[in-house]
Design a protein around this ligand. Sequence first.
Ligand code: HEM
Length: 162
Amino acid sequence: MEALSAAILSAAAVLEGSSLGATMRGGRGVYPAVNVAHVAGLVLLVGGILVVDLRTVGLGRAIPLAPLSRLVTPLAVAGLLLLAGSGFLLFAADAGPLVRSAVFQAKLALIAAALVNALLFRRLFGDFADGRQPPMLARTMAVLSIGLWLVAGALGRLIAYT
Ligand code: HEM
């Protein structure tokens, strides 16, 4: 365990000291541009997920869940890829302190939990293509999903203040 955390700390220091880290910290608006991409990814991922989750919970029952889910899923996946790529670049700028930040660690843990929840949901319930209404477990997982993604996003914003 100690060897693992030492390896993570030194990998973070190497990343921060790399030319990628230096480019991210350099002028010319690189960091703000990547930050905007990060927020665009957040909108794509969390905006779409929120709509499907609220429909799963029971709002807007007149809207068929399966086509809604089929529309949103590729957008959410694109948002996640954008978040992960831009997040890595933002991380490179300040990797040493960030890797030690409890808020950053909590954010990553919540993202991991939200992804497990989403994959489990897919495996258990698919996209409700048969038109049935989501059972209690599906609705509970949708509420959990909303909470996990929103708190992960809030922690992302809070990192700058800690
Ligand atoms: C997938 C891997 C991700 C990584 C590695 C990552 C990394 C980062 C980093 C390093 C920052 C800058 C922190 C700072 O020094 O101020 C940041 C900011 C932020 N992240 Fe992420 N992030 C990821 C995913 C996400 C996700 C899924 C969300 C939303 C649920 C999110 C929401 C935010 C927000 C709202 C900010 C603040 C943006 C701002 O201040 O304008 N991130 N992220």
